[in-house]
Write a protein that binds this ligand. Structure first.
Ligand code: 5RP
Length: 226
């Protein structure tokens, strides 16, 4: 079993009957959704909300019941991957472009479980670019303001076009060097008009971090699952 799958299978053990479950996006979350599908086929009664159209599609194909966002009051458990995790458990997310919906689910979840493999661990964030979701109007004017914060920018492409998020927006990927104060950087990015969200997730939202390793072990780095 690969490290991402190990982490995903550990995390889904904490899903209980009748929960509202948030489904993440990406190659690690894929394994969680796959397993949740098997659990539902085995009789588990849950409803889910998805952080992306891609994950919703996987869930529907697996026969996993969906809840409309307006039907729910909150999320019991949200399981999702991350691109980078620092030693204080701040996260970079958004490599898959779903950061805004992911942030809504994370903020509104009782239990946010992050599933990674050990290659995602860094002492300080800065290896992986920070995805900034922008409304298309005037996105170009935001670029010098982002660069003034100390990054190099690139507008995310999909083939010959700009990559379009599920919300109809563009993404500017911002490569910083060493992010010593993620909270301050997040606030500075949010102060630029046209920014919808950015891929920095504060450690205060993160309840658990489960990480798989190539050697077949899986560790719980934050929290105490019981
Ligand atoms: C998508 C995300 C993903 O969770 C993140 O990119 C990790 O992806 P993967 O599990 O494929 O490495 O934030 O927007």
């Amino acid at each position: 079993m690969n490290p991402k799958q190990l982490a995903a299978l550990k995390a889904v053990e904490y899903i209980r009957e009748d929960m509202i479950v948030g489904l993440g996006t990406g190659t690690t979350a894929f394994y969680a959704i796959e397993k949740i599908g098997e659990m539902v086929q085995g009789g588990l009664r849950i409803r889910t909300v998805s952080s992306s159209l891609a994950s919703a599609k996987q869930a529907v194909a697996a026969g996993i019941p969906q809840a409309g966002m307006t039907e729910i009051k909150g999320i019991d458990i949200y399981i999702d991957g991350a691109d980078e995790v620092d030693e204080r458990f701040n996260l970079v997310k958004g490599g898959g472009g779903a950061l805004t919906r992911e942030k809504i689910l994370a903020f509104n979840s009782e239990l946010f479980i992050v599933i990674i493999d050990d290659s995602k661990l860094s002492s300080t964030l800065g290896r992986f670019p920070i995805a900034v979701e922008m409304v298309p109007f005037g996105y170009n004017l935001a670029i010098p303001h982002l660069e003034a914060l100390g990054c190099k920018t690139i507008v995310r492409q999909s083939g010959d076009n700009f990559y379009k998020t599920d919300n109809g927006n563009w993404i500017i990927d911002c490569q910083f060097q060493n992010i010593t104060d993620p909270k301050a950087l997040e606030e500075a990015i949010h102060a630029i008009p046209g920014v919808v969200e950015c891929g920095l997730f504060s450690n205060s939202w993160v309840d658990r971090v489960i990480s798989g390793n190539e050697d077949g072990t899986v560790r719980e780095l934050k929290g105490n699952l019981s």
